[in-house]
Write a protein that binds this ligand. Structure first.
Ligand SMILES: [Zn+2]
Length: 475
């Protein structure tokens, strides 16, 4: 009895010692202020440790950890009816197709090519395939690599027209561009090889790019998506007139509102990224940049951290011209999430690795920084070794807003219905939590206020119908 009392007393004392929200935010702000321009990594880490982490006592940090652990180990009960839907495969599938999903905030147009689309293109490929050229496109350059058995396969392959290969060979060629879950995990440099292999068969062409986008959006629309943010690598100066026309046409032909985030490639040389930054800063206001709504930092985190892009991010964030998100916490050093947050980003792409940094997570809870969750992508690229290790539900339960998306849905052979299936099958997410995530995807989008309001209103309406049909209740 005395021991029980002691335990209760200790845990209460620890919870009371949790740092206050105000303190965390104040310290966060103090840390992120850096007056002497872009800091060097060593200086920065020292500064963060001193100003941020060391400002909290051991008891405060421990108490916060306990609060988070308690929140994410809570098991809200699934409503009986929803549980029955989840347990029945056909119903689960139907449910995941039909549930209104709001928006997708993490999509790369270059990763949207589907197996069906590529097979059609490759079958009409007029030239003979030169396997050595294909090998070269998949391996040349420092940022990409193929697996040993794939290199062996291409080396022994004869040069022929695609249709003259055996069916097994044809499939093996196509498989080079789709990362199958059975063969996962794939290293990031293997993933990057996909894009140049695709380029071998699908040349850069506006018409084809539009066709691929349209196919994707029509499927998304059928799955209850009304809004998509595309992270795109633009040639600059960006042709705003063409971009506006494309955006308008896409909406007209698919019913989905598209907005764009400008991708900064981590591995690009700094000068190139600075020029793109200055180009964006040359616009006077948000309206002139429409339909561009934000910036995003992409590519391999293992070789390129987040803070090192301070010179791009801080001026753009301070200008108020665009919103911002960063691929951080997908791989590489977990401090990338912390640094992205300190630079002032609005959202985090992936964020998986922040799960051990309780102070950064708490700052995300307080300042409502949403995470863009891409389940299958994380599994295929080995960000988590199995789905049940994925922290998306932990994030949600401690109060970090989560949103679902698909990253590169063609290459990963997924879509929003399949992501929903994964979430239902591999976690104990409740109906309310799932619904909340889909509302988040509009709420935390970078869309203009009016559009956001209109889309949220329609989503509510769609839910009334959906819940009536499925006899589901939510709070
Ligand atoms: Zn991505």
């Amino acid at each position: 009895m005395r021991l029980l009392f002691l335990l209760i007393f200790t845990s209460c004392a620890q919870l009371e010692d949790r740092p206050s929200s105000e303190k965390i935010i104040r310290k966060f702000y103090e840390t992120s202020v850096w007056k002497e321009g872009a800091p060097k990594r060593a200086q920065w880490d020292k500064h963060v440790r001193h100003t941020f982490y060391n400002s909290f006592s051991y008891r405060e940090k421990k108490a916060l950890e306990l609060v988070h652990e308690k929140a994410w180990s809570s098991l809200p009960k699934r409503d009986q009816l929803f549980d029955a839907i989840v347990k029945n495969k056909n119903q689960r599938q139907e449910f995941c197709k039909e549930i209104p999903k709001g928006g997708m905030l993490h999509v790369h147009p270059t990763g949207l090519v589907t197996r069906e689309f590529l097979t059609k293109k490759i079958k009409s490929f007029k030239k003979k395939i030169n396997p050595l050229d294909l090998l070269k496109s998949g391996t040349e350059g420092p940022r990409k690599e193929l697996k040993k058995e794939e290199i062996r396969f291409l080396k022994q392959l004869k040069s022929k027209k695609f249709n003259s290969y055996t069916l097994v060979e044809q499939n093996k060629i196509i498989d080079l561009m789709f990362l199958k879950i059975e063969k996962a995990p794939f290293d990031f440099i293997r993933f990057q090889a996909v894009f140049s292999l695709l380029r071998y068969f699908i040349p850069k062409n506006k018409k084809i790019e539009f066709e691929i986008l349209k196919d994707f959006l029509l499927n998304a629309r059928n799955l209850g998506i009304s809004y998509v943010e595309l992270t795109n690598v633009f040639d600059f100066p960006i042709n705003m007139k063409t971009l506006r026309n494309t955006t308008r046409r896409l909406y007209k032909e698919t019913g989905v509102h598209v907005r764009w985030n400008v991708a900064f490639i981590r591995d690009n040389n700094k000068e190139k990224n600075r020029k793109l930054r200055d180009h964006l800063l040359s616009f006077k206001n948000r309206k002139d940049l429409y339909p561009i709504v934000g910036i995003d930092l992409v590519a391999n985190e293992k070789t390129n951290d987040s803070l090192e892009h301070w010179e791009i991010y801080r001026p753009i964030i301070e200008s108020g011209l665009l919103s911002s998100t960063i691929h951080a916490g997908e791989m590489g050093n977990p401090h990338n999430v912390r640094d992205a947050l300190l630079m002032g980003v609005n959202r985090v792409g992936h964020g998986v690795l922040v799960q051990d940094d309780h102070l950064s997570m708490e700052s995300m809870v307080i300042s409502k920084k949403a995470v863009e969750v891409n389940l299958k992508s994380n599994l295929i690229l080995g960000v988590v070794s199995e789905m049940k290790e994925h922290p998306f539900l932990k994030f949600h339960r401690i109060g970090i807003p989560i949103t679902f998306s698909t990253d590169d849905e063609g290459i990963f052979e997924t879509d929003m219905a399949k992501e929903c299936m994964l979430a239902l099958e591999k976690s104990n997410i409740t109906y309310n939590e799932l619904k909340k995530a889909y509302f988040n995807s509009l709420h935390f989008s970078f869309a203009q206020k009016d559009l956001k309001k209109q889309l949220l209103h329609s989503l509510k309406k769609d839910y009334r119908q959906f819940e009536k049909k499925w006899q589901l209740k939510s709070n």
